[in-house]
Structures are given as C-alpha cells and as structure tokens.
Design a protein around this ligand. Structure first.
Ligand SMILES: [Fe+2]
Length: 354
C-alpha cells in the first residue's frame, strides 16, 4: 500500500520534472542564439589576424574567442579538456604541425563542399581534417656578390649537396618544423636513402652551426657571412616592407631569391591552415569561419599582411611578393610532410643536423 502511494506520487511529479528539463534546454538554446561564438585555438600570432577576426564578426555576428599558445601548449590543453573542450577551430602554420594535431585525434574531417572546391587536394589533410588558408615557399636567398649566375641558374634543392657549396650555406636547426617538412618532402620524392645522402652532404656544406630563425639566415647572407640561405618567402616581404626595421630593410635589399626545382617538380610549398576540432561545440560556426578565411576579402587581407601566397586563385600576392614573379610550385601533397615527419626527424639526427 505504502509503495503504491509513493509510485502514484512519482507519477504525478514526473510531468513537472520533465517541464523543468525542457525549460532548461529551451533556455540553453536561446542563450546560444543570443551569443553565437567560435573558439579559435591558434599558434599564429600576427597582429593582422585580429582585424580579420573582427571582420568575421562584423559579417556574421559570430564572436571570435582566441585561445593562443605554442603548438605543444595547445596540445596539452586539448588533452586535458578532452570531450569537454570548448575549442572549435585550430589555426596554425606548417602542414607538419597540422598533421601532428590530426595524428593525435584532435580534428574531424571538414564536410564543406565550398571549402573543398577552393582548396586543392594536395593542400589538405589526408581525409580533409585540415585545409590550407595560405601558402609559403621555402626558397634560396643568395648574395649576388658571392654567387655567380651560373651557380644559381636552374638550381635544385638536390644541388645543395655539391662541393661548390662547401662552407657557403646557412639554415636554421633541425628542430624547426619548416626544415622537417622540407626534408619530408624530399623523402616523399626521392626516398629515405637518397635524402639521407643529400642531407649528409648538405650538413657538411653548412658555413656555421645552425642558429637563429629564418630572418637571421637572410641577414647572414646580406652580411656576407654565407653565400646562400634557405628560408620562407614571406620573411623577405616583411623585411622589404620596412615592418622589420631599418637594418632588416637594408639587408633585404642586398639579397636575391632563387626558386629551386623549376625544371622539374617545382619549389617546396608549405601552408598556414586550419581544421575543425573533434569536439567543436559550435561546428557550424567553425565551418563558416574557415569558409570566411578562404573568401576573397580575407585572402586579400592575409596576403597583404603576412606576405604569404593566397590559396584562392582570384587573389594576387602582396605587390612586393608578386615582384619576385610567378614560379612553378611543387604539387607534392603537404599531407606527406606529416606522414614522413618521424622519418625526417630521425634522418636529420643521423646526419648530425643540429
Ligand atoms: Fe615563420
């Protein structure tokens, strides 16, 4: 009898309990509509990106929250947050870094056909877990007072193993992802053995122990401490624009660029790119955000501020970069840089690339 009474009471209270639950979900939903957001995890730290995010908010009403940090810090954070992570977007540089997040299961395949139509297959993750937003070329900077026309004409990355370059090359350390990706691209094209032979000779041709960033390699060539440097194209844009200061501007005027492998597969291309995080609570907004980064307006903004190359064909690079002319870009899939990264790191270690 007592049990029956309790049961009756529970049955009477059930609709009231359900009403509370429904009310709760209604209020959550309407709150979401009020505050549309996208949470962007990024290791890019360009001031110009802020303006880009503001423009996105102006166009869509979606607020952009930035969580910035080094790649390793973002990975630790994502691990700690697990399925409760508020992260929607990962936005970073280098296909090697994007692959690293992908391999650890932090990304999900991008579904947007609009995005896949703009970004060619070779500039995406294996299963579209990430896509390029901008491109950069890793080229040879040379001092024309130290390098002859004959030496630099039709140069290939492969040629840097030759004895004529002995004691004449500067490049940053093997811990740098840009270099790891360059070596991975050679592994993809030449195989491990050939690449290792090449890297061994290349290291022997270094004029100093690797030190400093890409810009310091270009400075060393300008100051005649070395004949050639390997560095990313956008740095010369930053330097020539005066954004890096007077000393860098003067140095930049003293160097020239050679685009390697023009008679064969083309110059090594890497990317800035983004992906949608696995547990994105605002997945639709994340998709909109990536679509926005690939729009004409955003692409122009990116190339004019970071001196990278656009992904969208209708946009031209910054005039300073455009001045270096068109060149053949390597179509090797940038996903290979992630795939062969462990091999590249081990190989660089074996040849004592510090
Ligand atoms: Fe950089």
């Amino acid at each position: 009898m007592k049990i029956n009474k309790l049961l009756l009471l529970a049955l009477l209270l059930l609709p009231i309990a359900l009403m509370f639950l429904i009310n709760e979900s209604v209020s959550l939903e309407s709150k979401d509509i009020k505050d549309e957001v996208v949470n962007v995890y990024t290791s890019r730290h360009y001031d110009a990106d802020e303006l880009l995010y503001d423009e996105f908010t102006k166009e869509t009403g979606i607020k952009v929250n930035i969580i910035s940090g080094k790649g390793s810090a973002l990975i630790e954070r994502l691990k700690a947050e697990g399925i409760n992570s508020p992260g929607d977007i990962l936005f970073t540089v280098d296909a090697g870094n994007l692959s690293n997040f992908q391999k650890q299961g932090f990304l999900q395949p991008i579904q947007s056909e609009k995005i896949k139509k703009i970004v060619p297959k070779e500039l995406r993750g294996e299963n579209d877990e990430w896509v390029a937003v901008a491109k950069r070329a890793r080229v040879i900077f040379f001092n024309p007072e130290l390098v002859s026309e004959a030496e630099i004409k039709d140069i290939n990355y492969e040629d840097l193993k030759n004895d004529i370059w002995n004691d004449r090359i500067v490049i940053r350390s093997s811990s740098n992802m840009y270099n790891q990706s360059l070596v991975a691209s050679l592994i993809s094209n030449l195989g491990i053995d050939e690449t290792e032979k090449w890297a061994k000779k290349l290291v022997e041709n270094f004029s100093r122990k690797p030190q400093g960033n890409d810009r310091s390699q270009i400075m060393a060539v300008a100051n005649k401490e070395a004949s050639i440097a390997i560095a990313n194209t956008y740095y010369i844009g930053i330097m020539l624009s005066g954004k890096g200061g007077e000393e860098q501007l003067e140095a930049a005027k003293k160097v020239k660029i050679a685009f390697p492998n023009q008679k064969n597969r083309g110059t090594h291309i890497n990317i800035s790119g983004g992906g949608i995080l696995k547990h994105a609570p605002n997945k639709e907004n994340a998709e909109k955000f990536l679509e926005f980064l690939l729009s004409e307006k955003a692409q122009s903004h990116i190339v004019n501020n970071t001196f990278e190359y656009p992904v969208l064909g209708t946009v031209k690079p910054h005039p300073i970069i455009n001045n270096f002319g068109e060149f053949k870009m390597d179509k090797t899939s940038v996903a290979d840089f992630g795939k062969f990264n462990p091999d590249a790191v081990k190989l660089m270690d074996r040849v004592n690339w510090q």
